[in-house]
Write a protein that binds this ligand. Structure first.
Ligand code: ADP
Ligand code: ZN
Ligand code: ZN
Length: 750
């Protein structure tokens, strides 16, 4: 390689500026991505250190304009180097630009001035305070008296409160400070998102199954073996206790841990459990934090102030220098997959980062993804199973499946079957709580004309508008909003109405059927505010409501001891997606929902309402039978060549100009066709190993915000083959010659 692209100033956040330097011949074979180099910079050619982010044989600038770099910096290996190498791997493995990968891995470091907060408190020992207060002259030293009285009540006060609310002049504060009466202290400038002052939990004594897992992972670790482990255990089986035991092992050996938890399950309860056990060594990340708050947590991690980072997938990039363990809880969650380029999966990146750092990966789930379970069978991961709930009296809930077709036959038109209505009634009379779960949001799905069939669609996206309260039609993709029409805009008919049901409608109907019940609703509309989730959940936890109605966000990770009934209103809703994972998602959702009932000492019941009670994902979820589900689902994936048996690449071509998107997709198709042709010549007899191509065709949502979307699917047993095809397409990039911008996004799974 002849040229190196470097970034000069990581902490300034100028990741976009990649400068090109010539590599001296002596270094041509030694320089790698991620290394720190020394380069001449600026008009005066100052010697600065820079990170190498890409290497290439060609250069876009005139030879004479390119400076030569000085050499490799002799500093120790910085954690940034590791993260840059990780970014390079992600770019290759998932398909993106180096810049997109770098921005994912090195969080944008906006320079935020740390908030310097000061607090005022007594400096005098407790027993001397009363005497001192007695000696203060209430008339001539009124300000002093005001401050000291307030401090006696509050212990400590923010500096601003003292100056602005109590109106104490700065010289008065200073005088008291100099006499040793009060103390003014600066708070830790690194904002800890969790307020301190929490006691410490003792470690639980692990049961035999738990201990076996902890011992096995630690034994491997001590031998220098770092694998990926999967703990399959129902909710409440004690996975988190095992994680904490492993974290303790890491702390004892001077290493750090990253704990990934889906954002939605990142509740106060979960976080506090880690915090109570490990105190100040823990920090968290979440999407509600400001860029500055997140940055602070990374600085604290790099400085060694914290040793455990709990957060969603972005916590993977915590700059720990002695990483020993990455835990991915609820590893089957879809939120672990990035929706933007690079479209990485947290488990894949966790394994890569762990391999680079010499760390282990522990995955945990009650309903492991098909992919992870498959990898246990191929020997890539090691499987552990926790068969029972850790606390014996917390038994698994009993499940009833109700056939909704029979309800209609019997003349019941309510959304609640007779069985579910009766169960709710029982809860209300016993003062217990119920959760009703609907996999939908909005008031009443889409609306359409009953005379001509016209559906109200978003003018910018290829989706139906959803009717919300107040007669507003809203697009859930782009936010477009309009008033619901009274007559059909296309034929003038007055018979235009909604189909399907949403959480708002469920709320209205349940309220009508149970007039005395206190109802809370939780969905994307009611949780829009900063702490929307937390407010609703804590109200429910405080038993301020009898019934909680919501979308999938309520079935995850929360622990309500008084909930003894979970009702799934229409289990089929998630079954009718066209996605190959529809059955898996349905099974997971139902199993997780069932896990919500009976977490406390009271026995739990689950009622699943469905139009297809015989479907295996519903039948087996009712029986909480993961193994059988896996056995039924795998042959189907095998037969249709889907992940986890095959790897699949989805290429998305998006453009304002529909024709340009189509042309680009067809150009890509032709290139892949040629590649497959060459493949056939090379491996003629092995038809089973030929890459398969489907498309090009419209994407499942063919237009979003006026951008047209086309897709091409390619499948092969070996993921490397797909990466090779992707690299080939990227280097030729026929869409670059289009006059309208065409963006190309890769998504490789399996
Ligand atoms: P999971 O993470 O699998 O849902 P948890 O680790 O949260 O399970 O355990 C469920 C409950 O059982 C928690 O209240 C936990 O404190 C308790 N628990 C887990 N393991 C033990 C143990 N070995 N001894 C006593 N209680 C335990
Ligand atoms: Zn009409
Ligand atoms: Zn729209």
């Amino acid at each position: 390689m002849k040229y190196a692209g470097v970034i000069v100033d990581i902490s300034g956040g100028k990741l976009d500026r990649v400068f090109t330097y010539r590599i001296p011949e002596a270094l041509a074979d030694r320089l790698c991505v991620g290394m720190q180099a020394e380069v001449p910079f600026g008009p005066a050619n100052r010697r600065v250190s820079a990170y190498v982010v890409e290497l290439s044989d060609s250069c876009a600038y005139e030879e004479a304009q390119v400076k030569e770099l000085f050499g490799i910096a002799q500093k120790g290996i910085a954690v940034e180097s590791e993260l840059i190498r990780l970014a390079a791997w992600m770019k290759e493995e998932y398909g993106s630009s180096m810049l997109q990968a770098l921005k994912t891995v090195l969080p944008v470091r906006k320079s935020v001035a740390p908030v310097r907060k000061r607090r005022v408190s007594w400096a005098l020992p407790k027993q001397e305070r009363a005497a001192f207060l007695g000696g203060v002259n209430p008339r001539r030293q009124a300000a002093q008296l005001r401050l000291l009285t307030a401090l006696t009540q509050e212990d400590t006060l923010p500096y601003e409160t003292v100056t602005q609310k109590l109106h104490i002049a700065v010289p008065t504060i200073r005088a008291l400070q100099e006499k040793g009466i009060i103390r003014v202290e600066e708070e830790n400038p690194y904002r800890n998102p969790i307020a301190g002052g929490v006691g410490r939990d003792q470690a639980a004594v692990l049961n035999e199954e738990q201990q076996y897992i902890a011992d096995s992972v630690c034994a491997d670790d001590q031998k220098g073996i770092h694998k990926t482990y999967l703990i399959h255990g129902v909710t409440g089986s004690g996975k988190t206790e095992v994680y904490m035991s492993l974290i303790a092992h890491m702390l004892a050996t001077g290493r750090q841990t990253i704990v990934l938890i889906p954002e939605i399950a990142l509740t106060y309860q979960t976080v506090m459990r880690f915090y109570r056990r490990f105190g100040d060594q823990v920090s968290i990340l979440n999407s509600r934090m400001s860029a500055g708050e997140r940055y602070d947590q990374f600085v604290r991690a790099q400085k060694g102030d914290i040793r455990i980072m709990v957060g969603p997938r972005s916590a993977l990039f915590t700059p720990f220098t002695h990483l020993g363990l990455i835990i991915v809880d609820e590893e089957h969650e879809t939120s672990y997959k990035s929706e933007t380029s690079p479209r990485y999966h947290a488990v894949g990146v966790a394994r890569r980062r762990a391999a680079m750092a010499g760390a282990s990966v522990v995955l945990g789930s009650a309903t492991p993804s098909m992919e992870s379970y498959y990898r246990c069978h191929t020997g890539e991961y090691r499987l552990f199973t926790l068969k029972q709930r850790a606390v014996r009296e917390a038994a698994l809930a009993s499940v009833e499946v109700v056939d909704l077709r029979k309800e209609l036959e019997a003349g019941n038109k309510s959304i609640l079957s007779r069985c579910l209505a009766q169960r709710i009634d029982e809860r209300l009379s016993r003062g217990e709580q119920s959760i009703l779960f609907l996999n939908r949001r909005g008031f009443s799905g889409f609306i359409s004309c009953r005379s001509c069939g016209k559906a109200m669609k978003c003018p910018h996206c290829d989706v139906s508008l959803t009717l919300h309260r107040g007669g507003r039609l809203i697009c859930h993709y782009c936010g477009y909003e309009e008033a619901a029409p009274r007559v059909c805009p296309s034929c003038g008919s007055r018979y235009i109405a909604g189909f399907g049901i949403g959480t708002q409608k469920v709320e209205t109907m349940v309220a009508k059927q149970f007039p005395g019940a206190r109802i809370l609703r939780m969905d994307a509309d009611t949780t829009a505010g900063k702490d929307g989730h937390a407010t609703i959940l804590s109200a429910f936890a405080d038993e301020k409501a009898d019934i909680l109605i919501g979308t999938q966000m309520i079935v995850k990770g929360h622990d309500f001891p008084k909930v003894t009934l979970v009702g799934v209103l229409a289990a089929d809703l998630s079954l009718h997606g066209s996605h190959y994972e529809a059955a898996e998602r349905t099974f997971q959702l139902l199993t997780q929902a069932a896990g919500r009932a009976g977490r406390g000492r009271l026995p739990g019941q689950v009622v699943i309402q469905t139009y297809s009670p015989e479907h295996y994902s519903i039948r087996l979820a009712a029986g909480q039978d993961y193994e059988s589900f896996y056995e039924e689902e795998l042959p189907y994936r095998q037969m249709l060549h889907y992940p986890p048996v095959y790897a699949m690449m989805t290429i998305l071509f998006a453009s304002q100009d529909e024709a340009a998107a189509g042309r680009s997709a067809r150009a890509a198709e032709a290139l892949v066709e040629r590649y497959i042709g060459r493949w056939k010549e090379t491996y003629a007899p092995d038809r089973a190993r030929e890459p398969e191509m489907i498309g090009p065709c419209d994407a499942p949502v063919s237009k979003i915000s006026d951008i047209y979307r086309k897709t091409l699917y390619i499948k092969h047993v070996d993921r490397r083959v797909l990466v090779t095809i992707k690299n080939g397409l990227e280097s030729l990039a026929p869409w670059k010659s289009e006059r309208t911008d065409v963006s190309v996004q890769y998504d490789i799974s399996g």
